[in-house]
Write a protein that binds this ligand. Sequence first.
Ligand code: GDP
Length: 652
Amino acid sequence: MTVVPGIRLVDLARELKMTPAELVTALKDLGVETSGPNTVLDPETANDVRSLLGKPAEADKVIEIGADATVKDIAQAMQVAPNEAQKKLLQMGELVAINQKLPHALAERLAAAYGYTLKLKAEPKPAPAPAAPKHKAPAGALQPRPPVVTVMGHVDHGKTTLLDTIRHTNVVAGEHGGITQHIGAYQVEVEHNGEKRKITFLDTPGHRAFTKMRARGASVTDIVVLVVAADDGIMPQTVEAINHTRAAGVPMIVAINKIDKPEANPDRIKQQLTEHNLVVEEYGGDVIAVPISAKTGQGIPDLLEYILLVADVEDLKADPHGHASGTILEASVEPGRGPVAKALVQSGTLRVGDSLVAGLAYGKVRAMTNERGERLQKAPPATPVEIIGFHNPPDAGDTFEVVKNEKEARQIAEKRQEKARAQRMSGPVRRLTLDDLSRQAREGAIKDLNVIVKADVQGSLEAVIGQLNELAENKSDDEVRLNIKHSAVGNISEADIDLAVATGSIVVGFNVRADSEAQRAAERDGVDVRLYNIIYDLVEDMDRAMKGLLTPVFEEVVLGRAVVRQNFRTPRGVMIAGCYVTEGKLQRGAEVRLRRGKDLLFTGRIESLRHLKDDVREIAQGFECGVVIQDWNEPYQVDDVLECFEMRQVNR
Ligand code: GDP
């Protein structure tokens, strides 16, 4: 996961009370190139922009925090919702709980992301009074919004039944017809403390969809409801769901389901939860467990109450003013309707007529409906909507953003399409590998090594985890921490790769293999998957990586050879080898060895490669070319040989 400190263009625009489009134009005038509302500006540029646009300078944007400030403290000092700050951290590749204390460096990066400079308080004062920056959104701009809930759990434990029952019994009052269409999510209305409150449920249950979204950088879920059947107990997918939720730092409520069944045993479930470090309130912990029957509806009002309670604690807020942004939940092309996108508005208000970009797609909202098939003119935060008007279908997990007009939307989308094409050409994105981690550890740049462990049987899984934990315990605080994000028995699956992407983890397997879907996903997403048959090797690699000692192993791969037929010299004295490629290819930027007979004269890099008059990236067997080798200034001789090679990193 790449770490991008800075502030998103949209956020800066919001702060400066401009539309993203206006800011893009202003930036262009200032000579700053951007690639749309999601462009991340470094803090320095952001400050330049602030002062140039006549807004208060950096001095106004200082917050003071104590040495042990939590995410929540810092967020509040910046007048940002704590979970927003948490999401921002997640985007920066850091999984942190809202009440967790932040290391100073990370706190600084978080503050910078919102354009603030951090000052450490000399001594803790009872009342933190951050100087309210003049140009902040007016207090009250942030308003409470409904929580967005995902239901997870093992297959057949009752997720779908629960969603159906809630859907049928808690239709938004005053509306008729009930929920008529599937749009990826629905809203229900619940009476809470004498007040009518809404809850948004994502109606694709399960952790696969949840983590897929997160792997794509979208965090939509505020609260997870973990369904466990009281007649069955904690099963492998329950454990997966727990780990996926934990990794996301999202609060969880346990729904102990099927309590109408005679063989139901809720107490056994509570006991089992303890084994997974989920201690329910009755046992002195803080995990909320609600006994329910998805079938009869028993306990469901309590569950909904608890969801709202947790939502209150999380202090979920959004700014309903201004341009909307949110996440695409699903999209498809329907006959007669064209691209149809199901989306969740997360900030601002989406209106018919708005122009928008989502990933590589763009369009204009021609019509918007809710889950009851009613036409909407506008949709405030946490509203699920179906949007018609995209020119091409976006992807699930894409974030959408409203921009000034359709022309701008098209331009942004086209730029992204170009970039995506270029990226496809240059191969898969590379995420963190164990070697990268080791290098970063050596440079003191990382503090966490996140791993997902899969093993063939429970016994070996426990052995591997035991050894890794031992390794972790022997580390002092200032060394790299080892975090096991998920562990389970079985081959490495695509879900594991998704989780690895979402959590910036590597995947290690012991006596298992990666199934073909997982292999493809790992290749596509650039996830480092390491397979071992000997525990010692596995543990040794992790140990060396944490100590920064793991040095990548490279092997040389010969790309091709060419023979020199003529020497040229430019007026400036640069030597050019006129060559004929005898095998393979020569590649600009690759290493090359210059041989004369048995002698190796020089090893350097191909600085320039030309075919006839054109600069080329590579040249294949059977063609002639002109080669310049960096730092080689002597004349070439006929029959000199150029051997082109590159060093490739090999997986141990
Ligand atoms: P999912 O795979 O988690 O979505 O599970 P389903 O919702 O499809 O439920 C699986 C089975 O359990 C179905 O036959 C449901 O009728 C049944 N079921 C779900 N909830 C309850 C419940 O509270 N009580 C009883 N008795 N059966 C339930």
